[in-house]
Ligand binder design. Structure first.
Ligand SMILES: Nc1nc2c(ncn2[C@@H]2O[C@H](COP(=O)(O)OP(=O)(O)OP(=O)(O)O)[C@@H](O)[C@H]2O)c(=O)[nH]1
Ligand SMILES: [Zn+2]
Length: 201
């Protein structure tokens, strides 16, 4: 049984126009569901301390699951730069699809340009684009690689992601600090060689 909406704080007063503009997320529904969830966890949702919590949690998850609008500008590679472009240590966080707990770490995103270049910030934005979803690290890594391939048609792509999963450290097996590394290398980076050495190992 869902909590009556009369018991919930007025949602619209807190709504974020950016989030409202994108479809797919039912914020009032999420808010009611979080209230139900807290109740099912034995929490007193009428306590003044928890009154705003369903609204905050719904908004927090909506934010974490909504990619930011981005203009994916590319530039012609006028000088014919043929070396590796790599942005290392891009911090990212995502949500594990099994437990809805965060995993966070760094991504190293590189490519061997063909005819087009990305502004460097777009490599970090590309990681964020796919990280704002319910994920497993393997799929996230592959999606970033596929996106770079499809957008730039480069000579090769290298994505390395290293992250700690809260579902492994805060619960379950309870191992803190274990780092999961995933990597995808394509094209001229598919075979080990000096260029691959530039990616953290
Ligand atoms: N391959 C992969 N597994 C993940 C990722 N994030 C979480 N997992 C794992 O997903 C698995 C879910 O396993 P289940 O056995 O169904 O769930 P569980 O009983 O909660 O598992 P435990 O964590 O071992 O307690 C766990 O082994 C998690 O460590 C990820 O990004 N990639
Ligand atoms: Zn998990």
């Amino acid at each position: 049984m869902s909590v009556s909406s009369a018991a919930l704080p007025e949602l619209l007063a807190y709504s974020d126009p950016e989030l409202d503009a994108q479809g797919g997320i039912d914020l009032p529904g999420a808010q009611a569901a979080i209230a139900d969830f807290l109740k099912a966890m034995g929490q007193d949702i009428t306590s003044p301390h928890l009154l705003e919590t369903p609204r905050r949690v719904a908004a927090a998850y909506a934010e974490m699951l909504t990619p930011r609008e981005t203009n994916w500008t590319t530039f012609p590679n006028e000088e014919g730069y043929a070396g590796l472009v790599i942005v290392k240590d891009i911090p990212f966080h995502s949500l594990c699809e099994h437990h809805l707990l965060p995993f966070r770490g760094v991504a190293h995103v590189g490519y061997l340009p063909g005819e087009r270049l990305f502004g460097l910030s777009k490599l970090a934005r590309g990681v964020e684009l796919f990280a704002r979803d319910l994920q497993v690290q393997e799929r996230l890594t592959q999606q970033v690689a596929d996106w770079l391939e499809e957008t730039l048609s480069p000579r090769g792509v290298g994505i390395v992601m290293e992250a700690e999963h809260m579902c492994m450290s805060l619960r379950g097996v309870h191992v803190s600090g274990a780092v999961t590394r995933t990597s995808v290398f394509t094209g001229e980076l598919a075979k080990p060689g000096p260029l691959r050495e530039q990616f953290p190992r």
